[in-house]
Design a binder for this molecule. Structure first.
Ligand code: MTE
Ligand code: CO
Length: 390
């Protein structure tokens, strides 16, 4: 019997001939061996793929940056392919001077760079009534974390001159759904960005090319893509997206409206149903993500036994407000079944609740703003499954 590892002893195909030259891949793609790393949708979730959503493959990523081609997509009327030469941003309503900007105009305001997460308010919504989808891509993948380059919305509003009565802003998209949301003026003047770059390159068409609104820490629906108009008004518009949608119906029939801020949340990305433990017992690395719309995440706890014992995870990488944070928990797996959970603490002192605690307060009518603790059951073979413990 031959001794030795052929992966070492034999000359591999990639060493037997010259590879592609520098002109072969002017705008690169990932290795073909990574083709399973992709956005996926859930067929039965929506009536068709045009007004639909796909999910970021969180279990295949590490660190805190979401690569542009893997940012989940949510659009109400498909991807608008906007010609930047025909792009205009209009500001009208209660302003001294209505204005129209081209992209070149926008780029003459002082530019800033910020890393922010965007989470759809419906993220984890399918899990309200119980464990349902098998994979953190599907339970938690309506989130991405991107370095935006743009200009403060405040600069544009100051140029137009907001009248004293102007307390609200309507943001409208240029896509066929003309998606619209009302945003309070304090937020608009605080940290909102009109962004044109993501992770250094132009926004992708899926993410609103050429210009999108960035509303840090607030629900993804307000981050209007293909931004075409900002109207200043004296009260909210009560559009579809802030009345029949993105409003949380409570058990007693009352509704929580304008639930803008995304509460602290965390998820173990590895292991998870799409990423089992394959190396058997012994040293094992658990990893995950945590974030809060109210600040940073100084601490995440991890449990191996469904919440009986909690251990502090190791936070790693930059800790920036309203950005994803990466955590690790290294331990020696004895091969016994695990009930894995993570629990985020944010910089305001808020602690991520259990799903039962959430349902006690909010009932089971609404799917929005589920930031409850997720449980993965890992069996003695390392296979993980989405479950709930009570
Ligand atoms: N903006 C426009 N113009 N049209 C849309 O359909 N979808 C919203 C928001 N902005 C949408 C939009 C929703 S519900 C979310 S969660 C985010 O965009 C998703 O952003 P993404 O596709 O970059 O992930
Ligand atoms: Co959304």
């Amino acid at each position: 019997q031959a001794a030795g590892d052929p992966a070492i002893l034999e000359v591999q195909p990639w060493a037997q001939a010259l590879g592609d030259g520098v002109d072969a891949r002017p705008y690169g793609f990932p290795s073909p061996f990574e083709e399973q790393v992709k956005r996926r949708n859930v067929d039965w979730l929506t009536a068709d793929p045009v007004s639909s959503v796909n999910f970021t493959p969180l279990h295949d990523l590490d660190g805190i940056i979401t690569p542009n081609g893997l940012c989940f997509e949510r659009h109400h009327a498909g991807i608008a392919e906007v010609d930047p030469a025909q792009y205009r941003l209009m500001i009208n309503g209660l302003v001294e001077k209505p204005l129209i900007f081209t992209i070149e105009d926008l780029k003459r305001f002082p530019r800033e760079n910020h890393l922010y997460f965007l989470e759809c308010a419906a993220n984890s919504g399918m899990e309200w009534r119980g464990a349902q989808l098998n994979g953190c891509q599907f339970t938690h993948g309506m989130v991405h974390n991107v370095m935006y380059t743009g200009v403060k919305l405040r600069h544009l509003l100051e140029r137009a001159g907001v009248k004293t009565k102007g307390k609200w802003l309507l943001a409208e998209g240029a896509d066929a759904s003309a998606m619209t949301r009302s945003i309070p003026m304090e937020k608009a003047l605080d940290d909102c960005l009109v962004a044109f770059k993501m992770n250094g390159e132009a926004l992708r068409p899926e993410q609103g090319y050429p210009v999108r609104l960035v509303v840090p820490g607030w629900e993804g629906n307000m981050w209007v893509k293909w931004l075409r108009r900002l109207e200043v008004g004296d009260q909210p518009w009560h559009h579809r997206e802030e009345t029949s949608k993105y409003t949380d119906l409570l058990a007693d029939g009352r509704a929580r409206r304008f639930t803008w801020v995304m509460d602290a949340k965390s998820i173990i990305t590895n292991p998870s149903p799409q990423a089992p433990i394959t190396h058997g017992r012994g040293h094992t690395v658990i990893s995950g993500l945590a974030w809060s719309g109210r600040g940073t995440i100084p601490r995440v706890d991890v449990t191996l036994d469904g919440g009986k014992n909690w251990y502090p995870a190791r936070m790693d990488g930059p800790s920036l407000p309203m950005s994803l944070h990466r955590f690790y928990f290294d331990f020696d797996w004895d091969g016994r079944a695990l009930l894995l959970q993570s629990r985020a603490h944010d910089s305001t002192g808020y602690v991520q609740p259990t799903k039962d605690e959430l349902r006690m307060v909010r009932g089971e009518n609404s799917i929005y703003h589920n930031n409850g603790i997720q449980t993965w059951y890992v069996n003695n073979k390392g296979v993980a499954e989405n479950v709930e413990v009570s």
